[in-house]
Every structure is written in structure tokens, then in C-alpha cells.
Design a binder for this molecule. Structure first.
Ligand code: CAA
Ligand code: NAD
Length: 288
């Protein structure tokens, strides 16, 4: 099977990065979101990322414009009737994803592969929302997609070998290193990373140190490129909370309960960089 046209669902942090990297790899991209405002925001972040890569001479201006030309924006899922492969990167929410996979199954060609970029949700469960579970898999990119080299591939219980081979092939075509992870809550990276980020919020809640000092401790003490609060702001506090809720719900293990302070920030609308405020304030001069 030759993959030529990719449908990407969600033009947020991850969907825009996935669309950019797919288009840079020579694929035609249909980028879907719920309204034009979100699509335009996604396109602006793709442009900005390409500008950074151009400035660093990682791409040429011809590659920049060709990448942008390959991305078509849409609010109509029926346009996915032209897609060979769909990568879903909508909000981390079970009903949203089940509904999207059901709709994709209805509109996409019957041979199309459907994958989810979910951070935590069972691929077997998502696949069961379709009539083609053997053609559904997990393809977990890391943030920021243009820079991070890893893709975790996840087989649902009914994913076929042919589908999984195509997922691996596509990840490699997009310049990524592929690892296979079991279909278990939060797979490998987030199983380890997200409880650590949650623990940092517990440390803050208990008054162990300030946001800045905890970040400095982990950057200088462990050589992390970002401190846990910088990373939570980068990933999105709402997304981190959603991941913890899946881990807690699906394992029943209390060690995965989301820290009350994390929930409080999300309730306040402090979801991180994307809203202008998380553990740091991105609207003021002192923004990180
Ligand atoms: N597109 C293109 N270029 C970008 C970019 C983007 N989106 N973001 C940053 N860059 C470039 C910058 O232009 C800069 O280039 P040079 O080094 O050539 O000057 C370089 O990347 C470094 O950027 P900055 O100086 O702005 O910042 P930095 O040194 O802190 O690097 C970072 C940024 C690569 C994001 C680094 O901080 C980092 O690796 N952070 C950790 C990221 C991480 O852990 N990601 C995983 C999150 S978890 C996940 O994704 C899974 C999940 O399900 C939640
Ligand atoms: P985000 O909030 O930045 O973007 C989500 C986008 O999905 C929004 O633009 C929203 O409008 C759109 N959306 C929601 N419902 C939709 C629908 N029915 N149809 C079309 N679009 C819809 O979120 P994000 O950080 O990009 O996360 C997207 C997915 O990627 C989640 O499953 C998340 O767990 C996963 N992920 C996130 C990260 C991260 O660091 N943020 C890393 C890896 C994977």
C-alpha cells in the first residue's frame, strides 16, 4: 500500500507538528479541526516552526513553501474520503476519540489505516469503535514533533502485522526512531514521565521548594532540558491531568491520582503556554 495523503485530526500543539513533519516528508496533508480559528492558529504555528528551521538553515525557502503548499485545511471530516492514512491528535478525551474513530471509519476508504496519537488511552478500546480494528494502531509522537526523534508504536489487541509494519514505515519516512510499546495505560514514555511531573506538583503543594527552584533542581541536578513545571506548561496541564486520569482509572492504582493542585490550576484555566498561564505567566515580561 502506498501512502500519499494523510488526514490529521486536531490542529493543536501535536496535530500542527505532525502535519508539518508529514508535509515536510513529501506527503499531502488534510488538517482537520472544529473551526477556522483553530486551523489558522495551527497553521501559524507551523509557519513559525518552519521559519525557525529556515533561520537555522535546516531547510531551504523552497522546502518551506512546498511544505506549506502540501497542507490543506478543513473542518469537514468527509474530506477524509481522500485519505490513505489518518493520524488523530484531538483532545485527550475518550468520548471525543471514540466518536472521531467511528466517523473516520464511515468516511475513509476501506483500506485506510487509522492511528491515534493518544498519550494514554487504550488503542484496543479506540479500535473497537470502528469496523476495521485490524487497521487501527497507536502512533505516539513527542512534543515538539519537528524536533523530537521518537515515535512509540502501539498495537491494539486486533492490530494486524501489515498495519503495524505500515505505521513503522511511515514513522521512519517522517524521520523518526520507532519503538514498540505494549497497549498499557500511557505506554512507555508517559508511564514514566507523567507520574514524575505529578510528583513535582505534589512537592510544590507540600512546600518543598518554589516552582523556579524545583525546575532549577531538576535541570541542574539531573540535566533535564526543561524543569518539570516548564515541561508541564509546554505539554499542557489539562493534557497531563487527562493522562493521569486514564492511568488512575485503567489501573485502579492510587499512585496515579492527579495532584489536587494540578487539578486546581486546570480548573482556573491555567493550562500552560497555550492559554498564556500555567505555573509560569507567559503574558508578562518575565514569561519563560
Ligand atoms: N520547531 C522548530 N524549531 C524549534 C521548535 C519548533 N517547534 N522549538 C524549538 N526549536 C529550535 C530553536 O529554534 C532552537 O534552535 P537552535 O538550537 O538551532 O538554536 C532549538 O530548537 C532550541 O530551542 P530553544 O533555545 O527555544 O529552547 P531549548 O533549548 O529549551 O529547546 C526543546 C527546546 C527542544 C523543546 C528542549 O527544551 C527540550 O527538549 N525539552 C523537553 C521536551 C520534552 O521532554 N518533550 C517530551 C514531552 S512528553 C510528550 O511529548 C509525550 C506526551 O504524550 C505528553
Ligand atoms: P491541544 O489541546 O493543543 O489540541 C487539540 C486540538 O484538537 C484542538 O485544536 C481541538 O480543537 C481539536 N479537537 C478537539 N475535538 C475535535 C474534533 N471532534 N474534531 C477535530 N478537532 C478536534 O492538544 P494536544 O496537546 O495537541 O494533544 C492532542 C493529542 O496528542 C492528545 O491525545 C494528547 O494526549 C496527545 N499528545 C500530546 C502531547 C503534548 O505534549 N501536548 C504529546 C504527545 C501526545
Amino acid at each position: 500500500m502506498k501512502i500519499k495523503t494523510i488526514g490529521v485530526i486536531g490542529s493543536g500543539l501535536m496535530g500542527s507538528g505532525i502535519a508539518q513533519v508529514a508535509a515536510s516528508s513529501g506527503l499531502d496533508v488534510l488538517l482537520l479541526d472544529v473551526d477556522q480559528a483553530r486551523l489558522q492558529k495551527g497553521l501559524a504555528s507551523i509557519s513559525e516552526s518552519l521559519d525557525r528551521l529556515l533561520k537555522k538553515e535546516k531547510i531551504t525557502s523552497v522546502q518551506r513553501s512546498e511544505t506549506l503548499k502540501r497542507i490543506q485545511l478543513t473542518t469537514q471530516i468527509s474530506d477524509f474520503s481522500k485519505a490513505d492514512f489518518v493520524i488523530e491528535a484531538a483532545t485527550e478525551n475518550v468520548p471525543v476519540k471514540l466518536d472521531l474513530f467511528k466517523k473516520c471509519d464511515e468516511v475513509c476508504p476501506k483500506e485506510a489505516i487509522l492511528v491515534s496519537n493518544t498519550s494514554s488511552i487504550s488503542i484496543t478500546r479506540i479500535a473497537a469503535a470502528t469496523r476495521r480494528p485490524e487497521k487501527v494502531a497507536g502512533m505516539h509522537f513527542m512534543n515538539p514533533v519537528p524536533l523530537m526523534k521518537l515515535v512509540e508504536g502501539i498495537r491494539g489487541l486486533r492490530t494486524s502485522n501489515e498495519t503495524f509494519a505500515l505505521v513503522r514505515e511511515l514513522a521512519q519516512k517522517m524521520g523518526k526512531t520507532f519503538i514498540e510499546a505494549k497497549d498499557s495505560p500511557a505506554f512507555v514514555v508517559n508511564r514514566i514521565l507523567v507520574p514524575m511531573l505529578n510528583e513535582a506538583v505534589f512537592a510544590l503543594q507540600e512546600g518543598l521548594a518554589s516552582v523556579e527552584d524545583i525546575d532549577t533542581a531538576m535541570k541542574l541536578g539531573c540535566n533535564f532540558p526543561m524543569g518539570p513545571f516548564e515541561l508541564l506548561d509546554y505539554v499542557g496541564l489539562d493534557t497531563a491531568q487527562a493522562i493521569l486520569e486514564v492511568m488512575f482509572h485503567d489501573t485502579g492504582d492510587s499512585k496515579y491520582r492527579a495532584c489536587p493542585l494540578l487539578k486546581k490550576y486546570v480548573e482556573a484555566g491555567y493550562t500552560g503556554r497555550k492559554s498564556g498561564r500555567g505555573f509560569y505567566d507567559y503574558t508578562s515580561q518575565s514569561a519563560k
